[in-house]
Design a protein around this ligand. Structure first.
Ligand SMILES: Nc1ncnc2c1ncn2[C@@H]1O[C@H](COP(=O)(O)OP(=O)(O)OP(=O)(O)O)[C@@H](O)[C@H]1O
Length: 234
């Protein structure tokens, strides 16, 4: 599979403090890459550099071969971002939010098409027309996934997507991510959930104090072994 995400000696410095140090990493299309590490290890910084929210101090981030900065507008067309707390309009329904954010990204869909995106993202149909303010975290995430689908994003970045989800919502989320990857989407997520990372990810990176210390394929490792490696690393 072709490389879709690449970091080349990517570094983020805040005065004397190095939040991300010389990250070099390639991620193939269709991978689910999970980044683990303690609070402050540099996971969100990495995501923000790919999103173009931050400017690298050294090195570069590339999406589909295009350097993120100074081409953030071009690279943003390929990506979607699901933050830990999905910010949508509470007074609008799920389908209205989807319609609004799709149009903002330049896509206009019929009501049936919008409903199909929500269904693909796993939202129960009866929830489509309820106000967002009444949605659970898992339901909001599904709307965000539907927005990513409607934008036809090829890469979806997620920050701690399973924190605060109950086991059923986590299992639903995992199943949807696997379906997305099988359909050729690439997922890059920061997480503290070791078990889910093994269950969901194709590869896992472990960060410590701004450095990527390990990358492992999940096919060769159990959750217990990964936990052991994580505890030895951090
Ligand atoms: N604007 C800033 N100025 C100075 N330091 C910053 C700034 N933004 C982030 N940092 C520092 O960079 C480091 C990396 O932060 P980052 O948010 O990437 O960590 P993280 O691995 O995502 O942590 P968490 O698991 O808590 O989300 C932290 O020590 C943080 O305090």
């Amino acid at each position: 599979m072709p490389v879709i995400l690449e970091a080349v000696q990517l570094t983020k410095q805040y005065q004397e403090y190095t939040a991300l140090r010389q990250l070099s990493l390639s991620i193939d299309t269709g991978e689910i890459f999970c980044l683990l590490g303690q609070n402050g290890a540099g996971k969100t910084t990495t995501i923000n550099l790919f999103l173009g929210f931050l400017e690298a101090s050294e090195g570069k981030a590339l999406i589909n071969g295009i350097e993120v900065r100074p081409n953030s507008n071009a690279t943003r067309q390929h990506i979607a971002y699901i933050p830990e707390v999905v910010q949508l309009y509470g007074n609008l329904s799920g389908i209205e939010n989807l319609d609004f954010f799709s149009r903002l990204a330049g896509f206009t869909y019929s009501k049936q098409e919008l409903a199909a995106f929500l269904q693909k993202a796993g939202l129960q149909q009866e929830a489509n027309s309820k106000r967002l303010a009444a949605y659970s975290k898992g339901m909001r995430q599904k709307v965000a996934i539907a927005i990513a689908l409607a934008k036809n994003a090829t890469v979806i970045f997620m920050d701690e997507p399973t924190s605060g989800l109950d086991p059923r919502a986590t299992a639903e989320f995992t199943a949807i991510c696997k379906e997305l990857a099988a359909a050729g989407k690439t997922i890059f997520m920061a997480t503290h959930d070791i078990f889910n990372a093994v269950n969901l990810g194709s590869r896992i990176g472990i960060m410590k104090q701004g450095s990527l210390v390990h990358t492992v394929h999940t096919s060769g490792i159990s959750a217990t072994e990964l936990q052991q490696l994580y505890l030895e690393t951090i």
